[in-house]
Structures are given as C-alpha cells and as structure tokens.
Design a protein around this ligand. Structure first.
Ligand code: 5CA
Ligand code: ZN
Length: 397
C-alpha cells in the first residue's frame, strides 16, 4: 500500500560518543541494546500498523511518534533502518463497522488509511520502507500456515484452522502471564476461548471461513481469510527477515497478539521472532484508555482542523515518556504550544556538549522528557534548537 512522505532528517554533527541505544524489552523486563545483528545489516523493525476503521487518535499518535523517535535515534546513530509496517485491512472490527454503517469495508479502509497517512505526514513520522496490507500478503500467510501444518502445529475445526499452542514450547516468553490471565485476555482481545472443540481455549485462528459479506481467498484449508496474528508474523518474516531486531507496538498488543505472532514464527521458522519487544504506553482520555471501541477519542485530524500546529501535537506527546501512560487534557497542548513558540526563536549555534546531552537522554530508553528539558535550557540560553528538534525529535519549527 502507498505510504506517505516526510523530509529525510538532516544529519547532525557527531559528538564523538559511541552510540548506545537501549530500550526496554518486555520479554526480559530490562533495558536492551538496539542495533543490527551485524554492522553491515540494517536494524530490522516491524511495527504493527492500524486497523483502519476509524481515524487516528492521540493514542495511535503516541505509539507511532514513539516508534519514530526510535527510528530517528537509530538513523542519527549511523544505522540504516528497515522499518516494515502492516495495515490490518482484514479483521472482525472492520467488517463489523461496515455492517453497522452500511459502507463497503473497502471504502472505509481507503478513507481511514488515507487520513492516517495524512496525519503521519503532518506529524513528521518517517514512513516505513514496506507498508503492507493484510490483503496484499495472502500468499505469505498461506506459506506460513503451510509451514505450521507441516510441523503438525495446526488443527481444523468445522471449516476453520487453529494454531495448536502445545507446539510452542516458549509460550509466555513475552507476556509472562498465567494461563487464566491469557484466557481472559483472549476473550477481551479478539479471541474465542469459549468455542467448543478447541484443544486449548487460547489457541488462535490461523485461517477462518469468511462470512458472505467478507472477502475470501482460496487455500488448502478451504475458502477464507487469515487470522490476525498470522498476518503480522507472515509480513514481518517476509518483508523484514527474522529475527527482527525490534517488534514494536502498543502495550495492549503484548497478549495475545505479539505472543501469538512470535509463537507462529518460532514454530514455523525455528528462530526467535524478535530480539527486543518494545511496547509503548496507553494514552487515556476522560478516565479510560482512548480507544476506537469505547469511542472516547481525540483525533489528530480534528486537532489539526482546529488550527493546532502538528509540531505542538508532537511536543505534547514527547513531553511524556514513551512507556508511561498519560491522560490527555487541553492543558497538555497549551503547554506544548508555549514550548514550540520558545523553541522557534533563532539563536546561536548549539554547543557540542548540549547535543551530546540530548543524545544521551534519547539513548536511555528514549527519554524524551529529559531531552526536552535539555533543549528548554539551551533555548533559554539563546541557543538555536531548531535543527536538533527537527532531526532527532521530528519537531519542525
Ligand atoms: N492492526 C492492529 C495491529 S496489527 C492494531 O492494533 N491496530 S489499532 O489501530 O488498534 O492500533 C494501532 C496501534 O496503536 C497499536 O500499536 C496499538 O497498540 C496502538 N494504540 C491503540 N490505542 C492506543 C492508545 N490509547 N494509546 C497508545 N497506543 C494505542
Ligand atoms: Zn500486528
């Protein structure tokens, strides 16, 4: 699918420090270095993309801006980055929305992914190298399911095909949840633990029969469509190559989504899915997690339409640590807008020591609030912070 364009970050002078980018890894529960497997290789990042049935809200923006900081920091550290992102254009919530509104699902996808691309471009989120919709990856999905079937890791159930979790000895390696916790989360996040005939209530669908108004593709397991987790596992393996250096997404994807995608890849390819599992925090609004299903949304497009500068939105997000939940209030934007105005004032060249300090903050688990306060101090001292803000933070002033 077509993505969007954003000006390439202008290189900054080297500060003589050896880059050491570290981010928190959910699987190990510790800070881990992020870099390529070999010095000549790119850093392979797979980021879970949107399900395009509603417009980009500040929660999405927080997740993709956090990803973008990692992307920019790695580029600044001298690495090349192979970022791959999907679009879940085949999934239950999308078809449910189409049924509710009477609008064909393809129209919803086209409109909402168009809006997402506009929002990402406005927010200066660097585009992925490969941007792949589930509907564009059916071949790769079928190939992955065939590998799992060869390994006796699948079973049919009245026309659908399931992943047999007993094939995955490493289940729980990412989320570290108990079986009852996993079962409860499967029910809440798109799974079907109550279905009669499953070997384990947590087993996820790999391939399912399509309803009459849903798209369907031929397969050895019958006409149907892919499950959700196998979509990401197949796209990541094909377009990025395994093991990934980073699997990126919001915290609500840890279980079942990332645990299951990783399980598919582990069993099919015999390699770990990713070296680092990076999970961003949730943005809240009016006391609840901002979500399409709850409808408590602050849309990026609405803020932009009311005249909020995208740099202000970006600064509002960056004022929070990427792994700490925060609640949106209008004051967050007011505060960010004041900062934007202070930073926009031209000044003298930035001393190398200040740039080194900003980099050190970002290498430490993307500590953007610390980087912002270093730049606040520099701006107050008459330094021109615009170049560094644009390159490292993606804030265009
Ligand atoms: N298409 C799947 C991933 S394959 C999906 O989760 N789509 S989504 O549109 O629901 O979410 C896209 C990304 O935004 C995910 O990484 C998700 O974790 C993140 N996200 C959703 N809501 C929030 C929120 N309130 N705060 C922070 N991130 C969020
Ligand atoms: Zn995904």
């Amino acid at each position: 699918m077509e993505s969007w364009t954003v000006p390439a970050p202008a290189p900054l002078v080297r500060s003589g420090l050896a880059p050491q980018v570290r981010v928190h890894d959910t699987a190990s529960g510790s800070l881990q270095p992020v870099g390529p497997r070999e010095p000549t290789e790119p850093v392979r990042i797979y980021a879970c993309g949107i399900t395009p049935y509603d417009a980009t809200h500040l929660g999405h923006a927080h997740t993709y801006v956090s990803l973008d900081i990692l992307h920019r920091v790695l580029l600044d550290a001298g690495h090349s980055v192979r970022l791959v992102q999907n679009i879940t254009d085949i999934d239950d919530p999308l078809f449910a929305r189409a049924r509710l509104t009477g609008e064909p699902w393809q129209h919803i996808v086209a409109r909402e992914s168009g809006l997402f691309a506009e929002d990402m471009a406005a927010l200066r989120v660097l585009p992925p190298l490969a941007y792949v919709a589930a509907s564009e990856a059916i071949e790769e999905v079928r190939a992955l399911i065939a590998m799992l079937t060869d390994k006796a890791a699948t079973y049919p159930l009245t026309g659908d095909l399931y992943f047999d979790l007993t094939a995955d000895a490493a289940l729980g390696e990412i989320s570290h949840l108990s079986t009852p916790q996993m079962t409860a989360l499967s029910a809440a996040r798109g799974g079907d633990p109550g279905r009669v005939g499953k070997r384990d209530p947590r087993d996820p669908l790999l391939w399912q029969q399509s309803a009459a108004d849903e798209p369907a593709w031929a397969s050895p397991w019958g006409e149907g469509r892919p499950g959700w987790h196998v979509e990401c596992a197949a796209i990541a393996a094909h377009y990025c190559g395994l093991p990934l250096d980073v699997q990126f997404g919001g915290r609500d994807l840890i279980y079942p989504h990332h645990e299951m995608s990783a399980g598919h890849a582990r069993v099919a390819h015999g390699v770990p899915f990713a070296r680092v599992f990076a999970h961003s925090a949730m943005v809240w609004f009016e006391g609840e997690k901002m979500s399409k299903s709850l409808g408590n949304l602050v849309l990026v497009s609405t803020l932009r339409a009311t005249g909020v500068d995208p740099a202000t939105i970006r600064l509002a997000i960056l004022a929070h640590r990427w792994r700490e939940d925060w609640e949106y209030t209008p004051e967050v934007l007011t505060h960010a807008d004041r900062r934007r105005q202070r930073w926009a004032i031209p000044g003298h060249a930035m001393p190398a020591t200040v740039l080194a300090e900003v980099r050190t903050c970002l290498w430490d688990d993307l500590d953007t609030p610390a980087a912002l306060s270093v730049l606040d101090g520099a701006a107050a001292a008459g330094t021109d912070v615009r170049g560094v803000a644009a390159t490292l933070l993606g804030v265009g002033l």
